[in-house]
Design a protein around this ligand. Structure first.
Ligand SMILES: [Zn+2]
Length: 361
């Protein structure tokens, strides 16, 4: 079987423009999705890349607004989004530099950008523009703009404005309509009423009709009862079949024989069942965001290592093997940080399997 790198002519490393479009088209056609991994450090970047490399799969790495500030370092102020802008740019350069070594295609993305965070987006797009002038590609493959808390009209018109800016350098833009419940990155939607958690097909058409004349590089994170984080089962039911109804509605309007014209993104994927993922993927989901489950997976390796070796971690010298025995090889960060990378990587490999992306390269 010819892998997708050969089939689509993809090079290892960060991809953008038509390569991203072709990758998502191929995924939608074949029926797999690519996990989007929230990264906050070079360690989590490496764990994600290693997982994708071992599974022979493409991967999406994304930084959130606060994840970007963390990448920059918590010791600097984030006034006027300075740390988030600098941190996301630093992460992008790191990922660009290291990704080709892993031999896989990587989509470099930024997560939720709400209205109050637009200066962050503006700063990143300034960097994209400068990078494009010098290298002929934007710095980031894609960004997400999330104005789902605003009116539908403002959401679509403002998204269109940003897509217009991104269009000359063929940058992908993900937008959100309807609200994803739960709490992520300081935005709390736990009390939102249930109707706004499900997007209507007319809204999807409205978005498609407005954005597609500007550029083909966009996707929609449509609410179908998704919740950020892992919670006890509650009143909101995940209804991935709604995405199929949206595709049907848009296809009927377009009448161009394409049964799945829309690229969908699945937010709040942590805690969902494999069956729910696969139903959603069947309806054109090409990207699934996983954050909470991976935060947990990253902790497990560290937690278990420290718990198991606690008698070797109490002093620099002296442990159960003898009072003069050094503990250096137990507290070296390359030993214990690595344990978190291993458990995070294993969870990513599981996600790639669940989303049918394994061995696609
Ligand atoms: Zn999200």
């Amino acid at each position: 079987m010819v892998g997708l790198m050969e089939k689509l002519g993809l090079k290892p490393g960060v991809i953008y423009g038509d390569d991203v479009l072709n990758l998502f088209k191929h995924a939608r056609e074949v029926g797999f999705a690519i996990p989007a991994i929230n990264v906050t450090s070079s360690s989590t970047v490496n764990a994600a890349l290693e997982g994708a490399k071992d599974a022979r799969a493409p991967i999406i790495l994304q930084v959130s607004n606060s994840g970007s500030a963390f990448f920059a370092g918590k010791g600097i102020s984030n006034e006027n989004q300075k740390a988030s802008i600098a941190g996301s740019i630093a992460a992008a350069h790191y990922i660009r530099a290291i990704a080709p070594t892993y031999g896989i295609p990587v989509v470099l993305h930024t997560d939720h950008c709400a209205k109050k965070l637009l200066p962050w987006m503006d700063g990143m797009m300034d960097a994209d523009e400068a990078f494009f002038k010098e290298h002929g590609t934007p710095l980031f493959s894609s960004h997400m703009i999330d104005l789902s808390e605003e009116s539908v009209d403002y959401n679509i018109q403002t998204t269109a404005k940003y897509l217009k800016r991104a269009a000359p350098w063929k940058q992908w833009l993900e937008m959100e309509i309807g609200i994803t419940g739960g709490e992520e990155d300081g935005v709390n939607n736990e009390d939102v009423d249930n109707n706004s958690l499900y997007t209507q097909p007319e809204d999807i058409w409205n978005i498609y009709e407005t954005l597609s004349p500007i550029s083909p590089y966009f996707s929609i994170a449509a609410g179908f009862g998704n919740v950020h984080g892992v919670y006890q089962p509650g009143n909101v039911k995940l209804q991935p079949d709604l995405l199929g109804k949206h595709q049907e509605f848009v296809a009927k309007k377009l009448q161009n024989q394409d049964p799945k014209p829309v690229f969908f993104v699945f937010h709040g994927g942590s805690g969902s069942s494999v069956e729910e993922f696969q139903t959603a993927i069947g309806h054109g989901v090409v990207k699934v965001n996983l954050d909470t489950d991976l935060q947990w997976a990253y902790l497990i390796g560290h937690r278990d290592y420290i718990t198991k070796n606690i008698e070797y971690l109490k002093t620099q010298v002296g442990n159960p093997d003898g009072p003069t025995k050094p503990n250096k090889k137990y507290y070296d960060p390359r030993v214990w940080v690595r344990e978190g990378e291993k458990t995070m990587k294993a969870r990513i490999i599981k996600a790639l399997e669940d989303f049918k992306a394994t061995n696609t390269l």
